[in-house]
Design a protein around this ligand. Structure first.
Ligand code: FES
Ligand SMILES: [Fe+2]
Length: 365
């Protein structure tokens, strides 16, 4: 849908816009103490290093002296030295040593808040974090074990890829679900919203009869969206929930790079560790089951929700949720507009397919 004329969205699916927030930069284990790595994140070149204290620091990449890339340099204590003329920068990006002058000078690089969670290094694309890191709602205060699933590229925008998890109709048409899926939404805050399946009943098929005892009484399927680009799925019967995170980022031209992270709560001892390997392996199978039917369509889709029906209600709600967040420009990370203070006022008219229902207008969530 993007910013093309005639559509009601200004941020959703826009090839040059993303939401200010926490975005995944690289895997923690790929950055050892004393290492520095070049990372292009949302169009901005960064040098990310792990200092001698084990802390991760994210700085703009290009040295303010002559433009050398700092990832060519060396970590020095808690700071980093440029390869070229050995200027040193601290973790805030201040120049603290110019060897040929024997002193510091008031040169500065932009530095970005960086933290680690679920085995990943996350960068806040602004000066000061306004909201929490993405997490699985049930595991907010729980220590977790993780395993990495696939690292992938898709030929569509992260916003578009993420709606797959709440595209109610496609669960029937693509994944052959025997029941109709209906979602309830819960807004955690401006940057996070949960869609939970509330569907119950239906016993017309053998598959439904088989899964109903679990499903009817104890089944959970919910998706929590963060910053329009990360989703955490909770899935399964109550005695064993599976957790899968899909964290995506926008590449040039409105494409997606993504990382799947399989998550479970930490269990004590060697037995707990072994059990978690098994649970994470099964989690991967569950994730693959849902991913496999959709792979091809996201390579060719030109998303444009021209004819939303009642069954697309969750998708529209997610689009509205994205519209209410602070958009930044790919590359500069500058705000593209002021943050809207009020909910989206524009309304989307919908039709309900062949049902001659009066035209319904959805309010913003
Ligand atoms: S270019 Fe970095 S110190 Fe000269
Ligand atoms: Fe799907």
């Amino acid at each position: 849908m993007s910013s093309k004329a005639g559509t009601w969205t200004e941020t959703f699916n826009h090839p040059d816009r993303f939401i200010q927030g926490w975005h995944w930069a690289l895997r923690s284990r790929d950055l050892k103490v004393g290492q520095v790595k070049p990372v292009q994140l949302l169009g901005r070149e960064l040098a990310i290093y792990r200092n001698q204290d084990g802390q991760v620091v994210a700085l703009d990449a290009y040295c303010p002296h002559m433009g050398a890339h700092l990832a060519e340099g060396k970590v020095d204590g808690t700071g980093i030295r440029c390869f070229f003329h050995n200027w040193k920068f601290d973790s805030q990006g201040h120049c603290v040593d110019v060897p040929c002058l024997g002193k510091m000078i008031p040169a500065k690089l932009s530095s970005w808040p960086a933290v680690e969670h679920y085995g990943l290094i996350w960068v806040w694309t602004g000066e000061t974090p306004q909201q929490s890191l993405p997490f699985v709602p049930e595991l907010e205060h729980t220590h977790c074990d993780v395993m990495f699933g696939s690292h992938f590229f898709k030929n569509c925008h992260p916003n578009v890829l993420l709606i797959n998890a709440i595209d109610a109709q496609h669960f029937n048409t693509v994944h052959n679900f025997p029941i109709q899926i209906v979602f309830r939404t819960e807004t955690l805050h401006r940057n996070a919203i949960t869609f939970s399946n509330t569907t119950r009943g239906g016993d017309e098929s053998w598959l439904m009869r088989l899964i109903l005892p679990f499903y009817k009484n104890e089944g959970t399927y919910s998706m929590c969206y963060w910053y329009g680009s990360t989703g955490t799925v909770t899935l399964g019967p109550d005695f064993l929930h599976f957790y899968i995170m899909f964290t995506l980022r926008l590449l040039e031209g409105g494409k997606t790079e993504g990382q799947t992270v399989l998550i479970t709560k930490k269990r004590p001892g060697l037995l707990g560790w072994l059990l978690n390997r098994l649970i994470l392996f099964v989690t991967q199978l569950v994730g693959n089951y849902f991913a496999k039917g959709d792979t091809q369509v996201f390579q060719t889709i030109k998303f444009n929700l021209k004819t939303p029906t009642k069954a697309d209600q969750s998708i529209v709600q997610f689009m509205q949720h994205v519209e209410q967040q602070q958009p930044l420009a790919w590359g500069t990370w500058e705000p593209t507009s002021e943050l809207a203070q009020a909910p989206v006022t524009e309304k989307l008219q919908t039709n309900s397919g062949t049902q001659p229902e009066p035209e319904r207008v959805w309010e913003a969530v």
